[in-house]
Design a protein around this ligand. Sequence first.
Ligand code: ACO
Length: 455
Amino acid sequence: MNPTPSGKATLDLHRGAPVELPLVEGSEGETAIDITTLRKSTGAITLDYGYLNTGSCASAITFLDGERGILRYRGYPVEELAEKSRFVEVAYLLINGKMPDKRERAEWSLLLNRHSMFHEDMRHFFYRFPDQAHPMAILSAMVVSLSAFYPELSQHHDDRSEEAINIAATRLLSKVRTIAAFSYKKSIGEPFVYPRHDLRYCANFLNMMFHSPVNPYEIHPEVVKALNVLLIMHADHEQNCSTSAVRLVGSARVNLYAAVSAGICALWGPLHGGANQMAIEMLEEMQARGETPRQLIERVKNSKGQTLLYGFGHRVYKQYDPRAKVIKATCDRVLKALDIRDPLLDLALELEALALKDEYFIARNLYPNVDFYSGIIYRAIGIPKDMFTVMFALGRLPGWIAHWKESHEDPRFKLQRPRQIYVGPSLRHLTPSQYSSEYTRSPGAPVARPPSTHA
Ligand code: ACO
């Protein structure tokens, strides 16, 4: 789908005649200057650190308005999806552009079940990772390894048919859940629990995580609901860092698994998906040190950007993150259902209340983001801290797949290759003293040979 032409912008570089550039508009009225021909017509490029003003593509997947706190997947508000649908249906919606009907839902569930196991040889990989390996390292490595075991979509094969892509997508959705649960079991030294076809996606995941031969896991419907909500809230967020990584790496025409593995690596960073782990660690440290929320707020403010309030702030949201609202309500519900009183929640609530009234945070539009309360739910469910970002990855997977698919189907598909403004030294030459030794021997001198290893 193309953005609609909506006028012209005139750019005067004062180097000859001004140039006209087309203005285009998206379906929600956002405007862009289309600079596709800029360099060709003026010789200039744009410079935009961190891409604060740069649209990398037109996309029909997610609409996000950070000023008004709106997030919609394929037009549906996330709040409505969280209340009335399950994660796998939202995954279908993101990837296929429509909610599944009854038949499609049944087929989708069947496919997800069918692909939930992975090649038995891949199971051995888990035993080769050190005990302390971060599950995100394991997850990214295992996901790229899928391309070795299931090469149908590799760059050496041209089968990019709808069917091949759908199979790769369901395979990923289903297997990543199994990989995530297996990496947890490996980290605690318990036997792997295989997926069960009689359980739905989230219940199946919880069972693989927490069932053990000596302690059967009881699936609590409120926990299943909470997990569905969390995964839906994470399912897509337009051109964020990890999704842009998937699109950029995918633009070299690597296979879906390799592109998603790049997204997982990007998500791991503490400024992105890694913030959910950082937010809980921050609360735990406060508790251990006996630091009050007010003291932490003061420490953050006095640190000149060196100490962050993790789970706060967002590149796009300049008001309350709509996902954080839904997650906060889910947090209340799940703690109540499980009859848990978590002192970290009290700290988080107090921190939020103080920050929202504080001039430093108000002036910078810093509000809780998706990562502020999600960790408290994960703790209540029993998911350990270093698995938090894995949970985020599980949720973001349909978004990554949808963007990979959309970019490959786009007739304007291009290798993504930004330019730069070079600010290094101008042309210079090596002086003789900088030459490598093999280029400095005098003519006719014997060539130095490495010492012989033979006696
Ligand atoms: N705590 C304290 N100060 C902050 C925070 C924070 N969490 N976030 C931003 N600021 C301050 C910055 O120090 C800066 O202050 P200054 O103007 O005095 O220099 C100002 O607010 C603007 O911050 P930037 O980093 O320029 O804003 P940007 O849009 O680039 O950053 C980001 C967004 C990276 C998310 C930032 O808010 C942050 O680091 N937050 C903490 C990490 C986090 O929670 N990340 C998860 C984001 S959601 C997600 O990716 C899933």
